[in-house]
Design a protein around this ligand. Structure first.
Ligand code: 13P
Length: 249
């Protein structure tokens, strides 16, 4: 394993009150030193979380604009996040791909620009159930990876992690089986070895996302090519998220 990595994607959730109590639960939790932990609140809550969340937790945004800021109503730019002291950004999440019509090329461009502005990127890929069942899973992963690789220079890979999140597992309670997760992760690592370099493939951290919870995280954490998780629903509950951060123990 690379250094274990846990991301908490809060998605479009939270009130001042609920975010405050989540911060409190996280601040009271105990997590291992040997794990990188990134939580990604909404843009609205980032400032509050930045001021109040302590200890080992790093911050991430859930998306950013594809290029330099300016006349782009409603958007937040990568350089703004960097200037504000937010080190990470999640890009290409399946909800943005499907609900906000972000295609592979746009996601690749977003990764490139965010990296160029000094952000670290959690780049997300993953197939739908229909794509998996019609035998297109590897083609889908190929083209999602291809678009990211085409925009990512070799020197930038230290600032990337890749999250494999099968769409059918996101928010459904249907977690990938250990075999399914390992198969996809091994495929991604081999693809990166063949298309970027064996060195990048060996050091790149591959996260699994989709219905990860405190009961299934232990088994998944033991898989050879799983270097961490991107957690949605269970990251909104402090005690569950803390337990997932301890999955390797
Ligand atoms: P759930 O953990 O709620 O399935 O969400 C996964 C996810 O989309 C994380 O980015």
């Amino acid at each position: 394993h690379g250094r274990f990595f846990i991301g908490g994607n809060w998605k479009c959730n939270g009130t001042v009150e609920s975010v405050q109590s989540l911060i409190k639960e996280l601040n009271e939790g105990s997590v291992p030193d040997a794990v990188d932990i990134v939580v990604a609140p909404t843009f609205v809550h980032l400032d509050m979380v930045k001021r109040e969340l302590k200890g080992p937790f790093q911050l991430g945004a859930q998306d950013c604009w594809v290029g330099k800021g300016g006349a782009f109503t409603g958007e937040v730019s990568a350089e703004m996040l960097h200037d504000f002291g937010i080190p990470w950004v999640i890009l290409g999440h399946s909800e943005r791909r499907s609900l906000c019509r972000e295609d592979d090329e746009l996601v690749g461009q977003k990764c490139e620009y965010a990296l160029s502005q000094g952000l670290k990127v959690i780049g997300c890929i993953g197939e739908t159930l229909e794509q998996r069942e019609s035998g297109k899973m590897f083609d889908v992963l190929d083209s999602q990876l291809r678009a990211i690789v085409n925009h990512t220079s070799l020197s930038n890979w230290d600032n990337m992690v890749v999250a494999y999140e099968p769409v059918w597992a996101i928010g459904t309670g249907v977690v990938a089986s250990p075999e399914q997760a390992q198969e996809a992760h091994a495929y991604v690592r081999k693809w990166i070895a063949d298309n970027v370099s064996p060195e990048v493939a060996a050091s790149l951290r591959l996260l699994y996302g989709g219905s990860v919870n405190e009961s299934n995280c232990g088994t998944l954490a033991n898989l050879e090519d799983v270097d961490g998780f991107l957690v949605g629903g269970a990251s909104l509950k402090g005690s569950s998220f803390i337990n997932i951060c301890n999955a390797e123990n």
